[in-house]
Design a protein around this ligand. Structure first.
Ligand SMILES: Nc1ncnc2c1ncn2[C@@H]1O[C@H](COP(=O)(O)OP(=O)(O)OP(=O)(O)O)[C@@H](O)[C@H]1O
Ligand SMILES: [Mg+2]
Length: 240
């Protein structure tokens, strides 16, 4: 098991955002994480990446306990995430934004620059490398967010709604990019509300509702699960 989340509980005052959640991810998988607004999806990412510390439970990565490590240590171990609300450094160029990620591992400016150019090429943003990040379209900002994360050289990449706000054709491109990232050897945990996209890209899906894991299985198993349909998908989605 590459990532093992055991009995994880996270409270904010009286609110239990995660209630004894268990999730295991094997190396090489693409796992989808779905559930209604406020279900605890982003909170789980925050706990895995050390932005929040869980109140109970444990997280291990590649057999090592990372429950109480800091975000930089967790990043250096090979877990990186994107943010639901993308926050590029607007006045910096696209290349410089990606270099910020690359410096977490690179030992020289040249190495960071080379790594960043390679990643920009991979995500299809090479032609925009000298533009200011704030000039990018939403779709390109999402790609930039991905590039910045990839530049850290992750083994496990956590994507928080990288397809939100995209047009259907851009969603398709993003699905293709996620598959290519996976083929390059990166394991992925992907939060997404666009059902057609998450169902097509995931090997397995985990469903959260009010902080609890209510289902887990292949996309088709989850889409047919009455508990998931009632909590999240609705009848229309289940028929689609
Ligand atoms: N830093 C925080 N302080 C207090 N409450 C928080 C904090 N972060 C999240 N919460 C609460 O925890 C619950 C889970 O929030 P979270 O952001 O994890 O949901 P989500 O599944 O990512 O939802 P969405 O699909 O809307 O992004 C919500 O009730 C939210 O208000
Ligand atoms: Mg969220």
């Amino acid at each position: 098991m590459l990532l093992e989340v055991r009995s994880l509980t996270k409270r904010f005052g009286g609110l239990e955002a995660l209630k004894s959640v268990d999730i295991g991810i094997e190396g090489g998988e693409i796992v989808g994480l779905i559930g209604p607004n406020g279900a605890g999806k982003t909170t789980l990412f925050n706990c895995i990446t050390g932005f929040h510390w869980a109140d109970e439970g444990s997280i291990s990565f590649d057999g090592k306990d990372i429950t109480k490590l800091s975000p930089p240590s967790i990043c250096r171990m090979g877990i990186c995430r994107t943010f639901q609300v993308v926050k590029p450094f607007g006045k910096m160029t696209v290349l410089d934004n990606v270099m910020v990620g690359a410096f977490s591992r690179a030992s020289s400016t040249k190495e960071a620059r080379d790594r960043s150019l390679e990643v920009l090429n991979f995500v299809g943003l090479a032609e925009r490398k000298d533009q200011q990040a704030r000039e990018l379209t939403i779709a390109d900002r999402k790609r930039l967010e991905l590039a910045r994360a990839l530049a850290t050289g992750p083994r496990l990449l956590l994507l928080d709604e990288v397809m939100g706000g995209l047009r259907p054709v851009e969603v398709k491109e993003m699905v293709a990019l996620i598959r290519r990232i996976n083929e390059s050897g990166v394991t992925l945990l992907v939060i997404e509300h666009i059902m057609s996209a998450i169902m097509s890209v995931s090997d397995r899906i985990v469903v959260l509702n009010y902080g609890q894991k209510i289902a887990e299985g292949t996309p088709s198993e989850v889409a047919r699960d009455p508990v998931v349909i009632k909590a999240y998908l609705g009848e229309d989605e289940a028929r689609a």
